[in-house]
Design a binder for this molecule. Sequence first.
Ligand SMILES: O=C(O)CCC(=O)C(=O)O
Length: 247
Amino acid sequence: MSSVASTLLEEMNRDGFVVLDRHFSAEELAEVDRELTRFFDERTEALKREGDSGISRAGEIVFDSHLAERSDILRGFVTSPKMVALTTALLGPDVDLYWNQIVYKSPETEKQFPWHQDDAYTPVDPSPYLTLWIAVNDATLENGCISVLPGSHTRGLIPHSQTPEGWAGHSLDDPDQGRPVPVAAGSVIAFWSLTLHKSGPNRSEGVRKAYVVQFCKAGTVRAEDRVPVDIQIPVSREGQAVRPHTA
Ligand SMILES: O=C(O)CCC(=O)C(=O)O
């Protein structure tokens, strides 16, 4: 492993997260941004027609998942050489795409997204897997950047309760509200699926746009019944990209 990769891993294992400032350039993100906006617009229209769905609420917070499975552009992005380099540095040589979704927060959204560990949604083995929270535009204190609770990944999976806004594992009223992580567009906040994180209200006049891409070790199973997680996009085997990169 290169020394850059081992420093990254050390930081992740110490703090539970690491910030890669402007990891993707404006050029690398331009097409991705357009594609994500297309999914956001379609999903928003559907939510307006059909009403709120799960934790998605049109005009407040919109999630839409399995996008790389439906878009060659996004598939190219999540399997790009940069992604292979980053994910193999943190997870080892055999990596799969586990999940990918937009999380777009509309302006003037007062609600915070609750503190949680991603593992709370579906506990898996091996745990933790890797979440890359990618800022598609600047994420600021005003528009609802995420906060992390440094070191919380060492606690294992903690009890969560279900709330209308999503699973919650640490109170929004707790005096320890962690560390806000404002980042510029193109930056990546990498964290383990056991790292507690939340996002703040969007009090700005624009949509806060995040693409959340999660990777797991090949062979990951659901902890509950040992059934393999549904993988449609393998990323790397023995440290090499599975698909030739075409995007
Ligand atoms: O981006 C956000 O506002 C929160 C998203 C999040 O925590 C998640 O997708 O797990």
